[in-house]
Design a protein around this ligand. Sequence first.
Ligand SMILES: [Zn+2]
Length: 442
Amino acid sequence: MKSEVESLLLQYKEEDKDGLLEYISSVIQSKGDRWERSTQGEDCELTQMLIYEYVTSLEKISGGRLSSKFLVDKMARNLHTLRYGNFREGKDDSIQYGNQSVTSRNYNMSRPGAHTIQVSLDDELSQAVVLFDGSQKTEDGKKLNGINLNDLDDIRHTIFHEWTHVMEKSLIPRRELNPDEIIYKEGNSTYINASASADFDDLGYYLEYIAYAQNNTENPVAFGGVSTIEINPQKSSRRIMHNQISEGFTDYVSRLVMNQVGRQVKDPSRYENQVELAKKVFESREIESTITDYITAPYKIISELEKGKIHGKDLLHYYQYIESMLSYVDRTATRYMGKDADILKQQVEEFWKNPPTREDAENFIGTTFNKMSENSQEFAKQDKSRIHDAFYNVIYFPTIKKEYVNEIENHYRIIQTPPGHTESAVEGNNTTPSSRDDGDER
Ligand SMILES: [Zn+2]
């Protein structure tokens, strides 16, 4: 890897007219041992190369709206710690995830492949990023999550994703925000659109935050991409995370950067469905301005999507609703069908290839319910209509997803047409072939 990194850096040096590589190098230097320069045992400037690729790509993708210098400065502000392989005992002990130190055994047993974590409760922007070594095992030989740190493209896709989590965090002055851009209510749910983080189970903290956000008029508000937090005491006594759709946005941005660098994403199945929805948002409201808003003013995208509707829910949170159906059916099947749950999953996947008629779907659900009742007496006590609805959503998932994507496109077509000018905008299209709606037709 060292020789690959060195030869790329030489190549970048030739195109780098503004001394950007030097500037990145001085920032890395100023971070001392908080930012690692490379993976263990590879003595090279991997971090410098990756930052250069990331910021110059975003500058190009944004059509120059985001300058490389601005992006390096934002990263210097937001990225507190950068680790390859693992967090460092002795140096990172005080960083906590859900009340556990990131150097603890418990955290490592359930760690993801890579992670971005808020470093301190008082500073929402400050983040620690780690790319875990996927070859690590526990003492008893259990494989731990991680990526292939010998594969530069695995590192790229992963770190561009994690850095986007770092860069999507912004402080927005209060005077630029409407109250419903911070706290959004729908039915029994209250969504905190801001990035408010505390003990995951501490509902009191979030209720207090909501009251504070509604009263306070001075302090700036932190946003974290399009991630929101749902508070609904009727559904749950803890916060309900809504970060699934936001993962799609983050991964879509990392794929744009991969593409700009001329590299292929090796595992396109990462957040595949979420990426499809994010792509539709970016393309419907134009990629250049959307990447810019995402990095500097994500609240605009949040509230636009919250204003759109699909099957009685808003466009931002509908995906999480469907996603929770998928995992609910999964859990229900495992619980009441045991080993046969796998057969059921295969049947559902067959339906995804050939959507059944309503009658066939009803028959399938009926047969499945019978099997579950035979298998477990517990099943009789369950809420059948809820399980029925969940199965229905799961069986028609590809159809629902298509509707969803169309609805996003529709929504942006409507909000980008000035109110009261629908007629003339349509006429305008006939006489001006260069107008943007025309370009959107494919
Ligand atoms: Zn992520």
